[in-house]
Design a protein around this ligand. Structure first.
Ligand code: NAI
Length: 347
């Protein structure tokens, strides 16, 4: 059976992949480190590699993988900004898991909203210290407040459904607005400026692209409502973190829930509790009690992990069975010139 090297493999990845692989019988090799120019040689003997969000598939890494005989890269994520798709085109196939549990990420965004609003992260520590004061824990009713959802794909829509249940008014911005959402969930599609001006809570669910990089920056923060809550479960670089810190210091930003961070690849998913964080920007963020950082765990539910392992192994099986690749991506996939649908494979 083909051998697949799984990079950045944590114990939970091993557990889910080994369990689902009983049906597929691939030869799985688990590597705990990230895939990069220093570690790429580990892929020697592998027919496929499986990577996660902080494994960087640069041109150099891709060329060396091909040189080692690797034929397909299986992303066990939806986002693919960590792969140089232009370099990969016609060199190596790239498949991904486009959706595993949009609810998992949307529900995590809601966890961040509720925690920051009702300050349960602070209450938890207070009561454990026999401090039963509620001074400083004042929140607000979500009912009737305005949520601005940027990116109304699978996760954005799952969030909209939940926030509707709270009775929030929902504004949305998407490059391709879906009129069904307006009909079904009373969503008002508006321009970005209106989102910034009118929202009490802004949640980011668009992909990271050159267009969306630093979408939240000094200028856009200046246009927001005083005390706005920012939630980012998308990608770290959607927010200019230094601008966010200035916004928090001036109290323009009332709270921030961040499941992703611009420079997360150095830290997220790793344990630094016996060490220190050399990144002064992250360290500063962690000093605000109205900032909640979680380390890219939005996807981390049993349902999503099961789905990720299954779809990844199905993607790789399709490749080695010579079948059309349901979840292949290439740099042209978003454009009208993409021929994938007619040919079954991107090249
Ligand atoms: P999706 O592809 O279903 O939806 C993305 C939406 O963003 C689409 O409706 C698209 O039209 C829109 N969009 C594209 N460019 C835009 C722009 N410039 N401005 C506004 N909207 C734009 O993707 P899905 O599954 O909803 O995921 C969204 C993002 O969430 C992913 O790109 C990924 O970065 C992130 N993600 C985070 C996870 C976590 O664990 N924190 C897990 C999975 C995804």
């Amino acid at each position: 059976m083909p051998r697949m090297g799984i990079f950045d493999a944590k114990p939970y990845d091993r557990e889910f992949f080994e369990s689902i692989n009983r049906e597929f019988l691939f030869d799985l090799k688990f590597f705990p480190g990230h895939l990069n120019t220093d570690t790429v040689e580990l892929a020697k003997g592998c027919d496929a590699v499986c990577v996660f969000v902080n494994d960087h598939c640069t041109r150099d890494v891709l060329e060396r993988l091909v040189g080692l005989g690797v034929k397909v890269i299986a992303l066990r994520s939806a986002g693919y900004n960590n792969v140089d798709l232009r370099a990969a085109y016609k060199m190596i196939h790239v498949v991904r898991v486009p959706a595993y549990s949009p609810n998992a990420v949307a529900e995590h965004a809601v966890a961040l909203i509720l925690t920051l609003n009702r300050k349960t992260h602070r209450a938890y520590y207070r009561t454990r210290d026999n401090n039963f004061s509620i001074v400083g824990l004042l929140g607000f009713d979500l009912k009737g407040k305005v949520a601005g959802v940027i990116g109304t794909g699978k996760i954005g829509q799952a969030l909209i459904r939940i926030l509707n249940g709270f009775g929030m008014r929902i504004l949305a911005y998407d490059k391709a607005p879906d009129p069904e959402l307006t009909k079904e969930w009373n969503v008002r599609f508006v321009d970005l400026d209106t989102i910034f001006r009118e929202s009490d809570i802004i949640s980011l669910h668009c992909p990271l692209t050159p267009e969306t990089q630093h979408l939240i920056n000094e200028k856009t923060i200046a246009r927001m409502k005083p005390g706005v809550m920012l939630i980012n479960t998308g990608r770290g670089r959607l927010i200019d973190t230094q601008a966010l810190i200035e916004g928090l210091k001036s109290k323009k930003v009332g709270a921030a829930g961040l499941d992703v961070y611009e420079e997360e690849s150095e830290y997220f998913f790793e344990d630094f509790s016996d060490s220190f964080i050399p990144d002064d920007v992250l360290a500063r963020l962690l000093t605000f009690n109205n900032v909640l950082v979680t380390s890219h765990q939005g996807f981390f539910t049993t349902e999503a992990m099961t789905s990720i392992a299954r779809i990844t192994l199905e993607n790789v099986k399709e490749f080695f069975d010579g079948k059309p690749l349901t979840n292949e991506i290439c740099y042209r996939c978003d454009s009208p010139v993409c021929t994938k649908k007619t040919e079954g494979r991107c090249f």
